[in-house]
Design a protein around this ligand. Structure first.
Ligand code: GDP
Ligand code: IMO
Ligand code: MG
Length: 429
């Protein structure tokens, strides 16, 4: 029995899709525990590239059952567009199962996400505009619409009406927008009910039963630690808990059952959207990482901000998630760059901080303190074992391991499924 959580250690786009794809072939279920179609997980199989937004990347693993857990927020239109797109390419999404308790993104959530961002002006979060924040806000305010509501029309209509009572006042009076007709929203949801019905399960029962039978479950987190609403760079975060505790809640699997928590971390750092980023580069190296790393957001097509590896952040992520292992991705991007800076601590207004400062204001002032290591020039994209890596690449990985508070068990040397070095296999944990 294995219950493995995949968590982004930085600000997202670390390569969680690729990690899922590698482990997905070995497990029975791949569950998405949080987030919605704000994610963008890339998988490259045999030179073919797939970009998953709402579905877990595990949908591409032939023997695994993909599940959208209770902690996910689902945009039904986006869901079926993605399923149809995959099936048109020959993939099979028919095994997909959906938690009855997952919340639904409504057209009014998307409208609100966009007008709220516009209203914030210079203080905008830079959200993906997919309605994620407003949907989670309604969930917590207990006025959300859940998957199971699709099958009880009168309850569905009541819930939409009560959610829109206040929202329409806001839209009209604050944001100067037209009100939304509750009947139109109800018709929108009901038009999907028959297609959704056969996919709906009691996911926590099914997943726990699978574990009881000795089967393997992988939780594929969306977003990342520094985007966590509790542990990230609030308010420049998403509205869910993409950390390991959130994965337990979002899949309905208790923490005592988890066998490995695998943090996915890039050999440098990127961020999409607004918010503090201590190691961000504004010089030619930022452009270099952006270009050579192909750092363009899957979801919104925005260029990712780029910077050097931040080990203060890595230690923090190891701590709040309880990582058992790290999967270091994109090591190949650093080939041939001469010297590699690694952030080992922050200078905050003249004071050295080896760990995350207490307050966001201090974090906004954090200047990285770097040490440097020499880069390697050899092409590493074909390396299959740690020993095959050039000595300098081995030294860089070992130094990151020392600094990051967790062993590095996988090393990505290219985007392909087979371009991964396994040092420790989490399936053996
Ligand atoms: P996710 O959101 O964490 O799943 O990551 P994304 O898919 O948004 O972004 C990661 C990008 O890095 C994708 O384009 C992957 O194909 C690519 N990638 C993943 N691992 C590696 C690696 O080891 N080397 C290289 N060069 N690219 C990688
Ligand atoms: P994956 O799973 C990178 C960022 C957005 C924005 C903030 C809030 O591919 O790593 P939201 O729409 O969630 O309310 O936006 O979070 N963000 C991501 N950045 N990767 C992601 O997902 C992200 N999901 C959300 O850019 O700054
Ligand atoms: Mg992504």
């Amino acid at each position: 029995m294995a219950a493995i959580i995949i968590v982004g250690a930085q600000w997202g786009d670390e390569g969680k899709g690729k990690a899922t794809d590698i482990l997905g072939g070995l497990v029975d279920y791949v569950v998405k525990p949080n987030g919605g179609n704000n994610a963008g997980h890339t998988v490259v199989v045999g030179g073919e590239k797939y970009e998953l937004k709402l579905l877990p990347a595990g949908v591409l693993s032939e023997n695994a059952t993909p599940v959208l857990g209770n902690g996910v927020v689902i945009n039904l239109e986006a869901l079926f567009e993605e399923i149809d797109g995959l099936e048109a390419r020959g993939a099979d999404a028919s095994r997909l199962r959906i938690s009855a308790n997952a919340h639904l993104v409504s057209p009014y959530h998307i409208t609100l996400d966009r007008v709220q961002e516009r209203f914030l002006g210079k203080r905008a979060i830079g959200t993906t505009g997919r309605g994620i924040g407003p949907t989670y806000a309604d969930k917590v305010a207990r006025i959300g619409i859940r998957v199971q509501d699709l099958f009880d029309e009168s309850i569905l209509r009541q819930k939409i009406e009560s959610a829109l009572d206040v929202k329409n006042q806001m839209l009209v009076k604050m944001y100067n927008r037209a009100p939304i007709d509750p009947n139109e929203v109800a018709e929108y949801f009901l038009s999907y009910a028959d297609r959704v019905r056969p996919m709906v399960i009691d996911s926590t029962f099914v997943l726990n039963q699978a574990l009881d039978e000795g089967k393997h479950v992988l939780m594929e987190g969306g977003q990342a630690t520094m985007l966590d609403v509790d542990h990230g760079t609030y308010p420049f975060v998403t509205s869910s808990n993409p950390t390991s505790g959130g994965a337990c809640v979002g899949a309905g699997i208790g923490p005592t059952r988890i066998t490995s928590t695998l943090g996915i971390i890039k050999a440098y750092t990127t961020r999409v959207g607004a918010g503090p980023f201590p190691t961000e580069l504004f010089d030619k190296w930022g452009e270099y990482l952006q270009t050579v790393g192909g750092e363009v957001g899957v979801n919104t097509g925005r260029k990712r901000r780029c910077g050097w590896y931040d080990s203060v952040l890595a230690r923090y992520a190891s701590r709040v998630n309880g990582f058992t292992d790290l999967f270091l991705t994109k090591l190949d991007v650093l080939t041939g760059i001469g010297e590699i800076p690694i952030c080992v601590a922050y200078d905050v207004d003249g004071v050295r901080h080896d760990e995350m400062p207490l307050t966001q204001s201090e974090f906004h002032h954090a200047e990285p303190i770097f040490e440097t290591m020499p880069a390697w020039d050899e092409d590493i994209t074909g390396c299959k074992t740690f020993e095959e890596l050039p000595q300098r690449a081995q030294d860089y990985v070992k130094r990151l391991e020392e600094l990051s508070g967790c062993r590095i068990s996988y090393i990505g040397v290219g985007p392909g499924r087979d371009q991964t070095i396994t040092v420790h296999d989490v399936m053996d944990a």
